[in-house]
Ligand binder design. Sequence first.
Ligand code: PLP
Length: 361
Amino acid sequence: MPKVINFNAGPAILPREVLQQAQSELLDFNGTGMSVLEISHRSKDFEAVIQEAEALAKRLYGVPEGYRVLFLQGGASLQFSMVPMNLLPPDGCADYILTGSWSQKAYDEAVKAGTAHVAASTKDDNFSRIPKMDEIRLCDKPAYVHITSNNTIYGTQWNPLPTFGDVPIVGDFSSDVFSRPVDIRPYALIYAGLQKNAGPAGATLVIIREDVLEAAPKSLPTMLRYAIHAKNNSLYNTPPVFSIYVSLLVMRRLETLGGLSAVAKANKAKAAVIYDVIDESEGFYKGHAEKDSRSLMNITFRLPDEELEKRFLTEAKEHGFVGLPGHRSVGGVRASVYNAMPIEGCTALADFMRAFRASVA
Ligand SMILES: *Cc1c(COP(=O)(O)O)cnc(C)c1O
């Protein structure tokens, strides 16, 4: 194991072998004698990168015919605006299910673009759970329902992912993209900033159904139109080349590992190692998320008091566990155990948690 075990929430851990390959190819990419950072995004060498990245994203998710895969900029946060600007007609409404700060931000942007409606919210429970299906009230003929697949800050996750009959879904998959198989067919659009679970910051993955590409009003600026990016195969302007390239290496590795079913199985086992310590601790470690809403990506928990939390985080740091302080809206501890976290990292943290509890008993 390396000296540092990286539990950062994002940007976050990347597979070591991916970093090593990026390093080894940095001065001479593909026999060009230059790095991938120094060649035209319209060269055949980079075109091969972006085409393979698209194809791999499609293969990993089993994306059916009739969808496009795009690599855009502006992060997931720009998607909060682009989605309603493109997909929400002036006489329509869009539903938002509020399960955390990110879905709240997505909703706030939708309100600026048109009629957005809160279909359900678990804010009153400090977003410690995913709403039950019978709590969700949709507006009349919604253009789409927006969900956040995994709530990075609170440590909750839709499992299973919901469907709403014929109503298309828009999903923010920023913090659990490529972490489990997803049936793409109910989605009009999926977006994910890739810096949490799939690569470096800079690129945002968008999977969009072709029939919604042309829905945008004529007045929309060029760079905000999905149709423009689709028509130009994500090369309308200079894309974030390095981020796309490293994400391609990450996706290749996921395929080698056996695809998303294998990845999901590993993620379940990894998270269980830490949740088991919480559950056996007789309330010493208290999970923020309700059990049936627990995230396999971000594990959030508190200790009996803030003094102990401080001590826990200080000692954890001394042991090389990095990135564990929880987000200020939850407090306590957050262990982000994305795809690239090896199970040994989870086991090491679990051992530390047991030892810490024993040391203060
Ligand atoms: C981090 C995060 C975002 C914001 O991503 P940016 O790429 O920084 O804009 C949005 N949604 C979720 C679920 C996130 O975890």
